[in-house]
Design a protein around this ligand. Sequence first.
Ligand code: NZQ
Ligand code: ZN
Length: 387
Amino acid sequence: MQNFDYQTPTRLIFGENAIAKLKEVMSALGKKVLLTYGGGSIKKIGLYDKVKDLLKDFEITELPGIQPNPKYDPSVLEGVRLCKENKIDVILAVGGGSVLDCSKAIAAGAKYDGDPWDLISYKVKAQAALPIVDIITLAATGSEYDCGGVISRTETNDKIGYVDPLLFPVASFLDPRYTFTVSKKQTAAGCADAMNHTIEQYFAEDTTLLNDGFCESMLKSLMVNARKCLENPEDYTARAEMMLCCTYGCNGILSLGNSESGWPCHGIEHALSAYYDITHGEGLAIITPRWMKHILNGHTLPRFVKYGINVFGIDASLPKQEIAEKAIDATYEFFESIGIPMHLREVGIGEERLDEMAHHIAVNEGLENAYVPLTEKDIKEILVASL
Ligand code: NZQ
Ligand code: ZN
């Protein structure tokens, strides 16, 4: 087992009417609040009015309109400007992962005198950040329990995962009822995202029985509960379990002591959504089984066998290679069964820019150090197989 130094300082406040504690949490952080949100879903579900009512004694400045795959320009830049101009004390992010991620970059940028891109691109290390509180409304990214935010810069086709312990939310409110209105498309994509977060940590060296069991349980729970959420979007118990699974997905708890896997599917997908603005979870679902096929070899075979038997219940007496191939097919079939388009062409990506994207990924994502190292040629082959 590898050494580690681990801390997640975020307070999780979970369950029906969790936001009854919002005022108490916010009061400890200041009076001047930047309220960030997306394209309007929080207004449709009544959450915007509820927040405004709970915080009527606070001075609220708003940053609406944060898009999926949140953009540096205008959202991060505008948020930083509002924080500085209004001397904001605390950011309250209400929405999906995109709103939270954008708010994290704003939190660091607000305490930095230069161009916030210096921080996101790791040219400069942030020395401070505003505190962030969030109310998450979409089960997917785990942004509510991690210190990362993924920011897109359209003109350079960059989509960068900006990670810094300063960016952990102080508190995250998770009320599964707020996810009842999440569309089938986003529910399925959220499930695929959290499954891939788990897979990225399961397919690694130096794994333990403990971590493997945690990951296998996550994957089984996500598959069962995503189906239930799709059948009945207001199934509280299923939405709640899915929400908690997603929360665990991205903050490293599933892989404490494992070797770094390099998160190869994310490295590849980030380019897809940077170049084509596709839904992150859909891109991952398309890439994952192709990546699995590409890396299946004598060394990785035992991992696939364990995955196949413990996650999909494949007959352990079959030949190992057959178990592994069935496991990869089962992964593909599950994503397809929850309605995810499983080819790049179906999400508007043709072969025109595959070379350019493969090069961009090879140069920027460090996948030569992944669980199974990937060269530019490997990346191109995975992309071609995904068409
Ligand atoms: O903009 P609004 O109107 O709020 O609508 C959103 C958006 O259109 C809608 N939505 C959110 N909550 C809803 C709802 N619709 C109805 N009812 C609700 N309760 O869903 C759409 C997608 O929202 P978005 O926030 O983009 O989705 P998600 O949470 O999947 O976030 C995706 C982003 O997170 C990044 C991805 O790359 C992508 O940019 N990631 C962040 C990570 C992290 N911070 O740790 C890790 C992930 O791997 C991922 O890369
Ligand atoms: Zn993800």
